[in-house]
Design a binder for this molecule. Structure first.
Ligand code: PGA
Length: 345
C-alpha cells in the first residue's frame, strides 16, 4: 500500500476522530510533507475534505429557487401546486424559494412546509417607518421570512444590463447582508465573474474581492448563516452552464479563501452553491463535485424541473457520503506525478 493510501486508510479507520481541529491539521500537514511537493493543493484539498466530513455532519445540501420577476396570479398558483405535488424531497436537502416581494406572502401561505421563503433582495436601510418604497430585512423577518438573497448579478449589473437605476456595489451588498443577519435572517450571498473577467483570467480576484467586502462587514460567527452562491454571470439565464470542472475549480478556491481568511470551521461548514443555467441534465454532474454543496436555480425553478434538480442531490449528507469525497481527493493525490501534473486515469 502506498504511503498516501495508508494515510487515507488511517483517516477512515479512525473515523477522522483525531483530525477535526487546527492542531491535527498541523499534524496532517506534517504527514503529507513527504508527498510530492508539487501536489500541495491536492494535499490541502484532502485535509479540507476530511475536516468537512466532520463538520458537515448534520448539514444539508442547499437548493434555492430564484423566481425573479415572474408570476401572474394564475401562474404563481400553478407553480405552487407543482411544488406541492412534487413528491417527497430527500431529507439531505434544504430547499428555499424566492418569489417576488409581492407574491411572497401568498406563496408562504400555500407552499408545502418543507420549502422556506427567501426574499430576492432587502433594502440597505434598516428598520421601519419613513422609508417609502423600501422593504427592509426587519420587515421580512417580522413576516416570518428567514432568508434573503444579496448581491445577485442582475442587481450588481442593473445599469449595465438595463440602462436604468444603478449597479449595486459590493459595499451595499455587504451592508444589506449585515442588516439581514442583525435581524436574525440567513443570507445567500451571490458572487461571480463576467465573461470578460474570465477571459482576462481574473475570475478568482473578482470573487475574492466581492467576498472580502462581506468578510470585513460581518463577524466570524455570522458566517454560520451565510450560503455563498457562485454564479458566473455569463452562465445566468444563457443556457450556458459552467462545466463541473470549471465550477469545482472556483468552489475549491473559494473554500481555500475561507480557510485562509477566516478559519477551518468556516471553510468546512459554509455551503458553496453553484448557479447559472442549472437544469436536470447537468445537476447530477455538478453536485458530484466535492466542493459543490447545492444550487441557486433561476429558469428551472419555474417548472417541475426544480423537483428533478432537488432529487439529483445525494440522499444523504453524512460522513459516509462525504468520506467518498475524501476518497476521491485521496485518489487525486495519488494521480499527481513527480512533475506535479495529474496523470490520466
Ligand atoms: P438561471 O438563473 O438558472 O436561469 O441561469 C440563476 C440565477 O439567476 O440565480
Amino acid at each position: 500500500m502506498s504511503f498516501s493510501k495508508s494515510v487515507y486508510k488511517y483517516c477512515i479507520d479512525t473515523q477522522f476522530n483525531l483530525i477535526y481541529n487546527i492542531d491535527s491539521t498541523t499534524v496532517l500537514r506534517g504527514i503529507f510533507k513527504n508527498l510530492n511537493r508539487n501536489s500541495q493543493f491536492q494535499r490541502l484539498s484532502l485535509i479540507h475534505h476530511i475536516q468537512r466530513t466532520m463538520a458537515a455532519t448534520g448539514n444539508k445540501f442547499f437548493v434555492g429557487g430564484n423566481w425573479k420577476l415572474n408570476g401572474t396570479r394564475e401562474s404563481i398558483e400553478a407553480l405552487v401546486n407543482t411544488y406541492n405535488n412534487g413528491g417527497k424531497f430527500p431529507s439531505s436537502v434544504e430547499v428555499v424559494v424566492a418569489p417576488t416581494a409581492l407574491h411572497i406572502g401568498y406563496v408562504q401561505s400555500k407552499m408545502r412546509p418543507d420549502v422556506a421563503m427567501c426574499a430576492q433582495n432587502v433594502s440597505s436601510d434598516s428598520g421601519f417607518g419613513a422609508l417609502t418604497g423600501e422593504l427592509t430585512a426587519d420587515l421580512f423577518k417580522a413576516w416570518g421570512i428567514n432568508w434573503t438573497i444579496a448581491g445577485h448579478s442582475e442587481r450588481r449589473r442593473r445599469k449595465q444590463i438595463r440602462g436604468l437605476g444603478h449597479d449595486e456595489e459590493s459595499n451595499s451588498v455587504a451592508k444589506k447582508t449585515k442588516h439581514a443577519l442583525n435581524c436574525g435572517m440567513k443570507v445567500i450571498v451571490c458572487i461571480g465573474e463576467t465573461l470578460a473577467d474570465r477571459e482576462a483570467g481574473t475570475t478568482l480576484n473578482v470573487c475574492f474581492e466581492q467576498l472580502t467586502f462581506i468578510k470585513e462587514t460581518i463577524s466570524v460567527e455570522e458566517w454560520a448563516r451565510i450560503v455563498i452562491a457562485y454564479e458566473p454571470v455569463w452562465a445566468i439565464g444563457t443556457g450556458l452552464s459552467a462545466s463541473p470542472e470549471q465550477a469545482q475549480e472556483v468552489h475549491a478556491s473559494l473554500r481555500r479563501w475561507l480557510l485562509t481568511n477566516l478559519n477551518s470551521e468556516v471553510a468546512s461548514a459554509t455551503r458553496i452553491i453553484y448557479g447559472g443555467s442549472v437544469k436536470p441534465t447537468n445537476a447530477s454532474a455538478l453536485i458530484a463535485c466535492p466542493d459543490i454543496d447545492g444550487f441557486l436555480v433561476g429558469g428551472c425553478s419555474l417548472k417541475s424541473d426544480f423537483m428533478e434538480i432537488i432529487n439529483c442531490c445525494p440522499p444523504e449528507w453524512d460522513s459516509t457520503a462525504r468520506s467518498e469525497l475524501g476518497k476521491r481527493a485521496a485518489n487525486d493525490i495519488q494521480s499527481i506525478g513527480a512533475d506535479g501534473k495529474k496523470s490520466k486515469q
